[in-house]
Ligand binder design. Structure first.
Ligand code: SAM
Ligand code: SF4
Length: 462
């Protein structure tokens, strides 16, 4: 596979590392410095509980220094499960005859979005299977993005649409960028060549290099917020993490910029997939925690996304160790959001099973109880603070001041418009506590925004 030197990665697995070496690397991470591949490999080799604890503490420190108490919230919107590929682990695979196929119309997409707006969502990750014609795909995606941005509920609109869809040509990505997408997300699934070829047996996705090229094409089209990730469970997680870091090194060298976000999906059972029921390389929760912490330390300025594939318990732990964005009340079925979504029988249309079934309100409550700030902010993207410009601001920590204010503004809007009285009280207590830590200029700016919210004004940001 392009850009991936398997022999080098294999030589970095199972290293014998002393406590002194780990301490030395962890000291470097506390200066918020990016790690080398070798240093990341050494951290990944750690097995002793006492050393793991040191890694977790270091990751929590870095998370706090860069992201503060903020956790960005989003919700996936599945628009179609039509697919021409046959990924052995996925419920949407073309050869899965069990799946009931659905492709939402722009009107249906708008209606689904309205339901999500009613619940307080502001950021959507649009997801779709891959149809055989790439031109048909891109036409459909552009119409879908428009339908999402057109939706409205009592003056509330979606602020940012990220997308997780099939690879495209540079020209096609340019069209999508014009439609106003935020991040383009694409998972390599596995960076191990033989495993990739074994699991992707038909369709355009069977070529691993074509999939890697999608990231290059997106950058070349001017989409500078790109999200990548492996699907964990297909191959040795240590190999996957190091290979992804190698991919990042290539991107940094070629474009002067790495990915905006990393996702760490773990494989889940999927209807019609015996492979997903029994993946070849299952990962324990402890190893999963370790790899998230190591990623936080290796690429401190890259967002880490965690979906509802993981349990509520584990997600509550991982938001403190490095995760910066989480999804809430997800359905992985086109048309899965209904007014009373618990009644929806989506067994035969969904892509895979989910473990965190809490509502957005319940997740917000849990974050607030831990002293964390759920954020619905999309200001950077709307102010063109993306790609290199974002990193320029993020690295010296300049963005933290803006993020704090914007996050608190979006939290207050959520509390006013969507929260139960109990959550409202929790939220306002946290806002007061947090405000005390801000400098005078920030407090002044915040007070002005808050007054405007009380007067009915929404969606202000800096
Ligand atoms: N069809 C496009 C693709 O494959 O890139 C985009 C959407 S696909 C629905 C999004 C992601 O779902 C895939 O990249 C894969 O990592 C993940 N996925 C597929 N099957 C899964 C399973 N059984 N458990 C967890 N995640 C899965
Ligand atoms: Fe299709 Fe994506 Fe599922 Fe593969 S992972 S079968 S490409 S929807």
């Amino acid at each position: 596979m392009k850009h991936i030197d398997e022999a080098k990665i294999n030589s970095l697995l199972d290293l014998n590392v002393s406590e002194q070496e780990i301490d030395y690397i962890l000291k470097k991470t506390q200066l918020l410095k990016r790690l080398t591949l070798e240093e990341s490999a050494k951290l990944l080799s750690v097995k002793e509980a006492s050393l793991l604890k040191k890694i977790y503490n270091a990751a929590a420190y870095v998370k706090n220094r860069i992201y503060g108490k903020r956790v960005v919230m989003f919700v996936p919107l599945y628009i179609s499960n039509l697919c021409s590929n046959s990924c052995l682990y996925c419920g949407f695979a073309a050869n899965n005859k069990l799946t009931v196929r659905k492709k939402l119309s722009p009107q249906e997409i708008k209606e689904q979005t309205e339901i999500l707006l009613k619940r307080g969502h502001k950021r959507i990750l649009m997801v779709a299977g891959e149809m055989a014609s790439s031109q048909e795909n891109v036409n459909y995606y552009v119409d879908a993005v428009k339908a999402i941005y057109d939706a409205e509920y009592k003056g509330n609109k979606i602020k940012r649409v990220n997308i997780n869809v099939a690879p495209m040509s540079i020209e096609q990505f340019k069209r999508l960028k014009q439609s106003g997408i935020g991040t383009y997300q694409i998972f390599q699934e596995t960076y191990h060549d033989a495993t990739y070829r074994k699991l992707h047996v038909a369709g355009a996705k069977s070529d691993p290099d074509n999939r890697l090229d999608a990231v290059d094409n997106a950058f070349k089209a001017g989409i500078d917020d790109v999200g990548i990730g492996p699907l964990l469970g297909l191959y040795d997680y240590r190999f996957e993490i190091l290979a992804m870091l190698m991919h990042i090194e290539y991107l940094e060298k070629t474009y002067g910029l790495g990915p905006h976000t990393i996702s760490v999906p773990r494989i889940e059972p999927a209807p019609g997939s015996s492979y997903a029921d029994k993946p070849e390389y299952p990962i324990s929760d402890e190893d999963f925690k370790k790899l998230v912490a190591v990623l936080r330390l290796s690429v401190p300025y890259t967002g880490i996304i965690m979906s509802t594939r993981e349990t509520a318990h584990l997600r509550d732990i991982l938001v403190n160790l490095g995760v910066s964005q989480i999804s809430a009340e997800s359905k992985v079925t086109p048309g899965g959001y209904e007014e009373n979504s618990s009644c929806h029988n989506d067994k035969l249309e969904r892509q895979f099973s989910l473990n965190d079934q809490r509502t957005l309100n319940e997740i917000v409550k849990s974050l607030l109880s831990q002293g964390l700030i759920p954020s619905f902010c999309a200001a950077c993207y709307r102010k063109n603070r993306t790609g290199e410009h974002f990193m320029y601001l993020a690295k010296p920590g300049a963005i933290k001041h803006m993020c704090d204010i914007n996050a608190l503004v979006t939290l207050k809007e959520y509390l006013e418009d969507f929260a139960t009285p109990e959550i409202k009280e929790l939220g306002y207590n946290l806002i007061e506590e947090y405000k005390n830590k801000l400098d005078n200029a920030s407090i002044k700016a915040l007070d002005k925004f808050f007054k405007n919210i009380d007067n009915g004004i929404r969606d202000e940001y800096i």
